[in-house]
Design a protein around this ligand. Structure first.
Ligand code: ARG
Length: 469
């Protein structure tokens, strides 16, 4: 009795080591629901085309219903000697329904089967990730909404640069995640194409109706070249590139959260439930979640490198190398989903069934404002003031440099220098200078599209809210 799908030709069984080395069932069993869905669509088409009988189809459907409930209840026995998810399910089907089970693989190969399964599975995950990306943006917008007037120092080179609102800062991340969502929607179109019908590599001699299978499975299109259909894994690379960008955006935000929570900044606080303590230092509350989110970026970028390298140099068509696409892809999906979920909750609070939000991060507006006052953040505003009084910008820049030098000497902010002192740097400086030297004056002045003025930021918030629903 043959113990393997191909073994009539073989005079000896596979070595134990080879079995273990080549088996994928312990990770690819995760594709089981897609595998059954794909098989049912294939069988339905085979029957419609008169390639198998209506009775065969009914038997296959009955068997698959039972297999589904066995897997869901945990009763299904996965066998590594059956190598992968496809052969495990097919073998069980044949045990349950006999010859109809053996007819299922007509006009099909595991090569087009696995490509179909991965695409179906990934499509479902993509839709969940799209929702999580929206949730992440909503969390950021919710915090932004309350902080259009909260002034913090904006940085370049990590040096205090100009005042910005905390809302404006958070909305920068909303833009990044919005672009990620666009990328995801775009790549979904290329994931959502049907390889089935390519068979092993050349197509098949049975009169398959591939368009029908595509419709049944909700694919937007059919892969048009059988060699490409079975060997293309671009879609996994594209997805992982998308995921790498998401993780890099998360990582930048996580890094800022870590910095903001440090005692030396003290801009924010995180709820205890998102922090951990130290086993030795009793005073510690560490932002481990943000640190891990930052760290997990490395893992996803690593998967991108792995998948790209996996594809490089593979001749057409299918090669077993492609079995190696699954673990990195699965781990990428898991990591992105968990990371988006936990970061959105930590920032914006957990969303209850009624849409209300629990405690997210606490904003320490006074500390932010004090930090903005320390670094001469309004120096550019003074230069702009002088330009309005008629100085060329380069000259104004030089005048202000002298004023800052004096401020540093006296240990005072520009707004704290007496008018007479300021006038010593340029005679055109008048009493009205103090309005532009305030943080709020500086913020309000940047009333250009995309700028940090509260009026602009409120417009952006409204746009995001309308877009995110
Ligand atoms: N487990 C295999 C994979 O992941 C399924 C396809 C195997 N095809 C084959 N001819 N060995 O790629």
């Amino acid at each position: 009795k043959k113990s393997q799908a191909w073994s009539a030709l073989f005079s000896e069984p596979m070595s134990e080591l080879v079995k273990r080395y080549t088996a994928s069932v312990f990770f690819d069993k995760r594709l089981w629901a897609a595998d059954i869905e794909g098989s049912l669509a294939h069988a339905d088409m085979l029957a419609a085309q008169g390639i198998i009988s209506a009775q065969d189809l009914a038997d296959i459907q009955r068997g698959m219903t039972q297999i589904r409930s066995e897997i869901e209840s945990g009763a299904f026995e996965w066998k590594s000697e059956l190598e992968d998810v496809h052969l495990n399910i097919e073998a069980r089907l044949t045990t349950l329904v006999g010859d109809a089970g053996k007819r299922l693989h007509t006009g099909r190969s595991r090569n087009d089967q696995v490509a179909t399964d991965v695409r179906l599975w990934l499509r479902g995950e993509i839709d969940q990730i799209a929702t999580l990306l929206d949730d992440m943006q909503r969390a950021l917008v919710a915090v932004a909404e309350k902080n259009t007037e909260t002034v913090m120092p904006g940085f370049t080179h990590m040096q205090v640069a100009q005042p910005v609102s905390f809302a404006h800062h958070l909305l920068a991340y909303v833009e990044m995640f919005a672009r990620d969502a666009e990328r995801l929607a775009d790549l979904r179109k290329r994931v959502n194409r049907l390889p089935l019908g390519a068979a092993a590599l050349a197509g098949t001699s049975y009169p398959l109706d591939r368009e029908r299978v595509a419709r049944t499975l909700g694919f937007e299109a059919v892969c048009q070249n059988s060699l490409d259909a079975v060997s293309d894994r671009d879609f996994t690379i594209e997805f992982t590139a998308f995921a790498s960008l998401v993780m890099i955006h998360v990582s930048r935000l996580a890094e800022e959260i870590v910095i903001w929570m440090s005692q030396n900044f003290g801009f924010i606080n995180l709820s205890d439930r998102y922090c951990t303590g130290s086993s030795i230092m009793p005073q510690k509350r560490n932002p481990d979640v943000a640190e891990l989110a930052r760290g997990k970026g490395g893992r996803v970028v690593g998967h991108l490198m792995g998948l790209i390298t996996l594809m490089k140099g593979q001749p057409l068509a299918y090669n077993k190398d492609n079995q190696e696409d699954k673990e990195p892809l699965f781990d990428t999906v898991d990591t992105v989903k968990d990371t988006l979920r936990i970061m959105a909750e930590m920032i914006g609070g957990e969303v209850a069934a009624d849409g209300s939000r629990g405690a997210g991060l606490t904003v320490k507006a006074e500390a932010m404002e004090a930090a903005a006052l320390r670094g001469y953040a309004t120096a550019t505003d003074l230069a702009d003031y002088l330009v309005k009084k008629g100085l060329p910008f380069r000259d104004a820049h030089e005048v202000v440099a002298h004023a800052v030098k004096e401020g540093l000497k006296q240990g005072r902010d520009l707004a704290e220098l007496p008018l007479a002192t300021l006038q010593g740097f340029h005679a055109s400086i008048g009493e009205d200078v103090f309005e532009v030297l305030t943080l709020r004056g500086s913020l309000n002045a940047r009333n250009v599209l995309g700028g940090t003025a509260p009026a602009q930021v409120r417009t952006q918030i409204a746009r995001h809210q309308a877009r995110l629903g």
